[in-house]
Design a protein around this ligand. Structure first.
Ligand code: ZN
Ligand code: ZN
Length: 336
């Protein structure tokens, strides 16, 4: 079967590999769609901290079931999305219902080989019924679930002022789910093209370019009060540290992105707000369910978010262009 392999940083190739055979409890999925995201770009560029090469990337996946174990609730031919976060089920986080933060989590396409292949063998617990969603929509569940999860971590109330810093796919997904919670959402990004896209196509009317004047602009926009909740979706340590200054007194800072290194805050600024500081990691199946329902309800314009299409076989040649034109790519989806 055709498999796109990242042999080492900046080296992608289509290899012919044997199709997988299922172990007990495993399903075989014929992969049909693979969403590409910043994680893949980081792996390709050798910037991912925990990664051994060669690696088959691909964690935003949809496809059709080719094999399921006896007695499965799933059936051959069914369209599924894949929950790429394989958790141990027994560690302290798993016991608390937080498999997204499993001590020994293995994420398909990151810690383990993922779905840039015509077939994948996975535990059947990783299958997610896509229902009436299209293959493209099903492949978008995972990245949107990251935003849905981040919003669930913030405990928003209707009317809350929310700032999302970073208007890439994760930031936009976070903004959409914050809006569904009844919050008033402002998006900030250093890239005007991303803000224009969010304004023109997703009705985010309040956008601010992130530059030296950002603190002043945000203070003016909020009568000096700043935001009930600030979500950082940049993965930049300096942006994460600055975001504390945009949190209202009594507010919450949610770190959706992750960055290698130490995050440093001035304690008086943190303390005087009685800041609630929250990390948001991956997503839960509840988040997958909420994303699916929101798409079915027509609340998420998936055709607008899906800006680029390509053949999976063309990932090796297209990857550099996708990275170079990142300001104009919201979600690229490859197909087998
Ligand atoms: Zn992703
Ligand atoms: Zn666990």
């Amino acid at each position: 079967m055709k498999t796109v392999v990242c042999r080492e940083p900046f080296s992608l190739a289509v290899e012919d590999r044997p199709s997988p055979s299922p172990k007990p409890g495993e399903a075989i999925v014929r992969i049909r769609r693979i969403g590409l995201c910043g994680t893949d770009y980081h792996i390709y560029a050798g910037r991912h901290p925990f990664l051994a090469y060669p690696r088959v990337m691909g964690h935003e996946l949809s496809g059709e079931i080719e094999h399921v174990p006896e007695g499965s609730a799933f059936r051959v031919g069914q369209v599924v999305a894949i929950n790429p976060y394989l958790a141990c089920g027994t560690c302290i986080a798993c016991r608390k219902g937080k498999p997204n933060a499993c001590v020994s989590i293995s994420v398909l396409g990151v810690h383990a080989d993922g779905g840039m292949a015509e077939r994948i063998a996975i535990p059947q617990s990783a299958l997610f019924d896509a229902g009436a969603l299209t293959l493209d929509q099903a492949a978008m569940i995972e990245f949107l679930a990251i935003g849905a999860h981040a919003v669930s971590r913030a405990g928003l109330l209707p009317g809350d002022r929310v700032l999302v810093v970073g208007a890439g796919p994760i930031g936009v997904g976070t903004g959409l789910f914050a809006r569904f919670s009844g919050a008033r959402v402002t998006l900030a990004d250093t890239r005007p093209t991303r803000l224009a896209f969010a304004r023109d196509h997703l009705a985010f009317d309040d956008t601010v370019e992130a530059g030296p004047d950002l603190p002043t602009a945000l203070a003016e926009a909020t009568g000096g009060e700043m935001f009930d909740a600030v979500f950082d979706a940049t993965g930049s340590l300096s942006a994460m540290a600055q975001s504390l200054g945009y949190v209202a007194h009594g507010g919450t800072l949610v770190l959706v992105g992750v960055a290698p290194g130490d995050l440093v805050f001035p304690d008086p600024e943190f303390h005087k707000r009685e800041t609630t500081l929250v990390a948001s990691r991956n997503a839960l199946l509840d988040d997958f369910d909420r994303v699916k329902q929101a798409i079915l309800d027509g609340l998420i314009p998936t055709d607008v978010l899906h800006t680029h299409s390509l053949k999976a076989e063309d990932i090796p040649t297209s990857m550099p262009d996708l990275i170079a034109s990142a300001d104009h790519v919201l979600k690229a989806i490859a197909r087998f």
